[in-house]
Design a protein around this ligand. Structure first.
Ligand SMILES: C[S@@+](CC[C@H](N)C(=O)[O-])C[C@H]1O[C@@H](n2cnc3c(N)ncnc32)[C@H](O)[C@@H]1O
Length: 454
């Protein structure tokens, strides 16, 4: 079983903290994604399991709680740090994070932070780091409790977007959900009723709760590859919300997909492809990125499933005959996945979503042409932004009178009616299922093509 963070952080090495610092610099100062930053952070790959988990948790917490950390740092300094001392800001942030948020013993948090500071600017700030962290050890918990975390940790552009789209209370609830460490969600190849996976995982010391909306939910799971069932291909990692678009495509009855020709137009890394193939569909999976398609191939191979994989731009993709079902999981700003990607608020802005809209429209138009008369088309995005979701649907329905919206039937799909818009589209938000770990923000609309089309 993976030990709790405070136990891990007690024994975590200076190298783990050094890797976290390097990754934080890359994300916040160079706007690299966290995955890229960790992949290239000196020493991260060389870390052993526990150290690696701690480095990841540390940098993710520092990103999730950046606003609170900045506020605490400012409150402990007589004057702001010079711009040239930016790396010291990050050392302080990681130190405070350990002290107040991860339960690291104070001596370990302070000592390792001072040692990190020793390698910056000739060690000039060692005394300052030591003094600030000792003060935080004494006063920090009270100061932290007095802060408005959700607001401070959310950049203005994201707060305004959520408030405008969902109202003030929901914006606050979304921001709170973004501050939580999400569980690990698994979709079972043979369905949630199959086998005894909860017992097996619990037996291996993993916290496996009751299924959430058809998904198996784990806490403190540790290394994914080491979990029971990984090698046997019994499941794949997929957020509970990400599993819903395929569910609404089949109107809650996976057997409707059996033997059907299904096109997955933006398929990688393949979570939804796997669902479709596991349901017995004959799937053509297209993605512009040949590299990302390799992950689909690897996932299929591990699961013992197969599909036709094609590297192509979905806008030009042609097929000799149209498909019974078409899924367009369009590229988007991914603001619905901030719980799992806390770097996004820091490296994206309001304009990123707007920039994707023309591509989304073009892909949707092509996906529509590839849908057979009488067939079903699903448009989905993991975005919180109506510009990428409801607005694209309105644009599409305005342009195509051969398609009509098919409202999602919550009961048939086994989903909470609160997750539907008044028009009948799926709209999950990060605070949904909040008492059970939340879920990603997904949107999905289902369209039927008229039989008389063509
Ligand atoms: C949201 S992800 C898809 C996630 C995937 N459906 C899943 O469930 O794992 C979007 C994908 O669209 C692909 N993409 C972006 N532009 C594309 C295009 N013009 N044609 C085809 N694929 C594209 C990206 O490479 C990326 O893999």
């Amino acid at each position: 079983m993976t030990p709790p963070p405070e136990t891990v952080s007690q024994s975590a090495s200076l190298d783990a903290r050094r890797a976290a610092l390097a990754a934080l610099v890359k994300v916040l100062d160079r706007r690299e994604t966290l995955d890229d930053a960790l992949g290239t952070a000196p020493g991260f790959r060389a870390l052993e399991g526990r150290d690696r988990a701690f480095a990841r948790l540390l940098v993710m917490t520092a990103l999730r709680r950046q606003g609170e950390l900045d506020s605490l740092i400012a409150s402990a300094l007589d004057k702001p740090l010079a711009k040239s001392a930016r790396a010291i800001r990050h050392v302080l942030a990681l130190g405070i994070c350990q002290l107040l948020m991860l339960g690291t013993p104070p001596h370990a948090a302070v000592d390792t932070s001072v040692r990190l500071a020793a390698g910056i600017a000739g060690g000039r700030f060692k005394g300052l780091v030591n003094a600030v962290l000792r003060r935080m050890g004494r006063e920090g918990a009270d100061r932290l409790a007095a802060l408005d975390g959700p607001r401070l940790n959310t950049p203005d552009w994201l707060w305004v977007l959520c408030e405008k789209a969902y109202g003030a209370d929901a914006a606050r609830a979304i921001a709170s959900a973004h501050g939580q460490e999400p569980p690990l969600d698994l979709t079972l190849r043979d369905g949630i009723e199959a086998g005894t996976w909860i017992e097996r995982l619990t037996g291996a010391g993993i916290e496996a709760g009751n299924p959430v909306s058809g998904t198996l939910r784990l806490r403190n799971a540790g290394r994914i590859e080491a979990l029971p069932g990984f090698a046997a291909g019994a499941w794949w990692v997929q957020d509970a919300a990400a599993a819903l678009p395929v569910r609404v495509m089949s109107a809650g009855d996976a057997t409707t997909l059996r033997g059907k020709r299904v096109l997955d137009l933006c398929a990688a890394p393949g979570g939804k492809t796997l669902q479709l193939v596991a349901a017995g569909a004959r799937v053509t999976a297209v993605d512009r990125s040949a590299d990302r398609l390799k992950r689909v191939a690897a996932n299929l191979a591990r699961l013992g499933l197969s599909a036709e994989l094609i590297a192509a731009d979905g806008r030009d993709f042609e097929a000799p005959t149209p498909f019974d079902f078409v899924l367009l999981d369009a590229p988007c700003s991914a603001t619905g996945t901030i719980r799992r990607h806390p770097d996004l608020p820091h490296i994206k802005g309001a304009e990123d979503a707007k920039r994707m809209c023309p591509l989304q429209d073009q892909l949707l138009a092509r996906a529509a042409d590839l849908t057979a008369p009488g067939g079903t088309l699903v448009y989905t995005v993991c975005s919180l932004d109506p510009a990428e979701s409801a607005d694209r649907v309105a644009q599409f329905l305005g342009a195509r009178d051969d398609f009509r919206r098919s409202a999602v039937d919550a009961e048939a799909c086994g989903i909470d009616p609160d997750w539907l818009t008044p028009e009948g589209d799926l709209r999950t938000l990060p605070f949904h299922l909040g008492d059970r770990g939340g879920m990603d923000g997904f949107f999905a609309a289902v369209f039927k093509r008229n039989l008389a089309a063509l």
